[in-house]
Design a protein around this ligand. Structure first.
Ligand code: G4P
Length: 287
């Protein structure tokens, strides 16, 4: 995955989203449950103004349940309908149907007062790359749904998936660009693998990740690698390399390889279910 964003890419993505959004009633914004703040692009507020909104914390199977509950409460308190799911599990997406109805209640009421009955709600999925948009659309749509095809005039060229009598989903997601400006946000995006590792100083990244883990999830490194308490991050990485035999010729520790292994373990939740941010760990005033 290439996550290098240039002004050209951003302009194109933004324009596509601005066009698509005109056609829809509700934006289902997907974020990564491990970083429900850092995996958002706040420009969505402007792009989706006037539309019903939902936030779906996807990949919740990889995140810490307690942090996820805090995030749901946080966004709900801000008036955004929020749910946590694992998009690879179709049955976990059932709850999304009622959430769409809740998010669109006012619109449905308005339509009813005007005598418009049974006009389907039109939804679109949006989010930064790699949060699981395609997976979500595929699971949510399932096999049973019929594609409604192009609608002459208004929606030319667009494919809608009819989920049921009440909801139609745009089959292409809106792509938002990740926000790199805040170094803390960039770091978290890198930890979860949303910025190509080759572009980064992987060892340095691993050391800062170890710093976070030791402070926030003490015990997890011990559980996976059997490492006893060590209070120096380089030593911890070295120890992981030793335990996992990430060695160069001559038994020297291969730090690059060890860092890659550590991230692989984290991203596949072998290190446990870990959330990298909570609503109280920093100030989150956007939404
Ligand atoms: P995108 O359209 O937003 O760019 O994301 P996409 O659906 O391509 O998903 C990116 C990766 O995230 C995929 O893995 C997908 O399987 C995984 N994924 C999506 N939703 C979930 C979820 O709820 N839980 C977990 N654990 N993973 C999820 P991949 O790296 O392409 O392949 P693989 O790791 O599945 O082999």
């Amino acid at each position: 995955m290439n996550l290098q964003w240039y002004p050209g890419h951003m302009t194109k993505a933004k324009r596509a989203m601005q066009e698509d959004i005109k056609l829809i009633d509700v934006v289902i914004e997907l974020v990564d449950a491990r970083i429900p703040y850092s995996s958002r692009n706040p420009d969505i507020d402007e792009l989706a103004s006037g539309k019903s909104r939902m936030i779906v914390l996807n990949k919740s199977d990889l995140a810490d349940d307690s942090a996820t509950r805090q995030w749901i409460r946080y966004y709900e308190e801000k008036g955004v309908h929020t749910a946590a799911v694992n998009a690879t599990k179709r049955n976990e997406l059932k709850a999304i149907h009622s959430l769409i109805q809740k998010a669109c209640r006012e619109k449905i009421e308005r339509d009813r007062r005007r005598g418009i009955l049974n006009r389907p709600i039109r939804a679109m999925v949006a989010g930064i790359p790699n949060v699981g948009k395609s997976t979500f659309i595929n699971s949510f749509a399932g096999k049973a749904c019929t594609k409604t095809g192009n609608k002459p005039g208004v929606t030319r060229g667009k494919q809608w998936i009819r989920l049921n009598k009440q909801v139609e989903l745009l089959d292409t997601p809106g792509i938002l660009w990740p926000k790199f400006e805040d170094p803390a946000v960039g770091l978290k995006l890198a930890y979860i693998g949303s910025i190509r590792d080759e572009l980064l100083q992987r060892v340095e990244l691993a050391l800062s990740f170890i710093d976070f883990i030791v402070k926030t999830y003490p015990g997890n490194l011990h559980q996976l690698y059997g490492i006893e308490e060590i209070n120096q991050n380089t030593k911890i990485l070295e120890e992981i390399g030793t335990v996992r035999r990430c060695l160069k010729k001559g038994e020297e520790i291969d730090f690059e390889k060890t860092a890659a292994l550590l991230f692989d373990d984290f991203r596949h939740s072998k290190l446990g279910r870990i959330s990298l941010e909570t609503p109280v760990s920093e100030t989150y005033e956007r939404v």
